[in-house]
Design a protein around this ligand. Structure first.
Ligand code: AKB
Length: 318
């Protein structure tokens, strides 16, 4: 019987993953936690307020709820991290080390997301391989690369069953992301459905690897449920689904909302995007545990434009 703790359950990925874990394992076996107050999307779950920097509180929650697996999602993303680098480093690293330590003490399975932000300006941009040059130049990317090394270290030295994916930009419609460079590809749908023009903070030809939320959840759960001997990479796996530029997502939306328009005003996030790959080679994940995505740009766009309208008024009230 698995007992699962989600850290960062109020976030963009956390709220959807918590509900999916509840469907798989039963809501009573999933404990949601976050530094902030619980959001309505996770109201069906036991909630524990947790600052992951507080190792004692984390250990108490693990013991009280007989936790067997942790999904540690709390992190400061790329754009926000650049505003306060030391704070981002401290939170991203101390949080992960606290989780790895409690995993070691309590024999837990851990999921921790890495990111395409581990790559940098000298990394090959097209079809970036699993093993390649990594020279991140954002504090977020540096913390993710260091985190990958720590995950592999805890697996090699202490046998911790830690598993990780290098997420591309994640696009969902059920909640708003915060602080990422790829987040324009979420905001754009809100503008389109409100019949407002969109001003993009990246230039129109900036390609980035992206993934629809439902594929991200599938990748995460497939990885966590794969037999341990299939998991050959204990740093983090490349996973890929779609690559597109702002111009292409605008065109995909215009197929359904022809009057939608966008303009381009690149800001400091352009340099971050320019340091990341255009597309990712995920053949190692496909071979090791059978990864394959379901959504391309058009299919994702149709799904969002169909389902987001029912939620728009909730976002306005929030
Ligand atoms: C970000 O833009 O910071 C994140 C990421 C690619 O990890 N979405």
């Amino acid at each position: 019987m698995e007992r699962i703790l989600v850290i960062g359950a109020c976030g963009q990925l956390g709220s959807e993953l918590t509900n999916e874990l509840g469907r798989l394992f039963g809501n009573s076996n999933v404990i949601a936690s976050d530094i902030s107050q619980p959001v309505s999307a996770i109201s069906d779950f036991t909630f524990e307020q947790l600052d992951v920097m507080n190792a004692d509180r984390l250990n108490d929650i693990v013991k009280t709820h007989s936790i067997t697996q942790i999904y540690h999602l709390a992190a400061i993303l790329s754009a926000k991290g650049e505003e306060n680098p030391k704070w981002a480093w401290n939170l991203n690293m101390t949080g992960l080390l606290n989780v790895l330590e409690t995993a070691k003490e309590n024999q837990l399975r851990i999921y921790w997301p890495s990111s395409i932000a581990v790559f940098g300006p000298s990394t090959p941009r097209a079809n970036t391989p699993q093993d390649t040059v990594m020279d991140p130049n954002t504090v977020y990317g540096i913390s993710k690369l260091a985190g990958e090394r720590w995950c592999e270290y805890y697996h090699e030295k202490y046998g911790v069953d830690v598993r990780s994916l290098r997420y591309p930009g994640l696009i969902g419609y059920k909640s708003l992301p915060g602080g990422g460079t790829t987040d324009y590809a979420v905001d754009i749908y809100h503008k389109a459905l409100r019949n407002e023009p969109f001003e993009c903070f990246l230039s129109e030809d900036t390609y980035l690897p992206m993934m629809y939320m439902s594929d991200a959840i599938k990748a995460t759960l497939d990885l966590m449920q794969a037999p341990a001997d299939h998991i050959k990479v204990r740093s983090s796996y490349n996973v890929s689904a779609i690559s597109f530029s702002p111009k292409e997502i605008v065109a995909a939306i215009q197929k359904e909302i022809p009057e939608f328009s966008a303009s381009y005003e690149p800001d400091f996030r352009q340099a971050i995007a320019d340091s990341w790959p255009d597309s990712i080679d995920d053949s190692v994940a496909r071979n090791d545990w059978g990864w394959s995505p379901n959504y391309d740009l058009d299919k994702m766009t149709s799904d969002i434009l169909e389902n987001l309208p029912a939620l728009l008024s909730e976002f306005e009230q929030a």
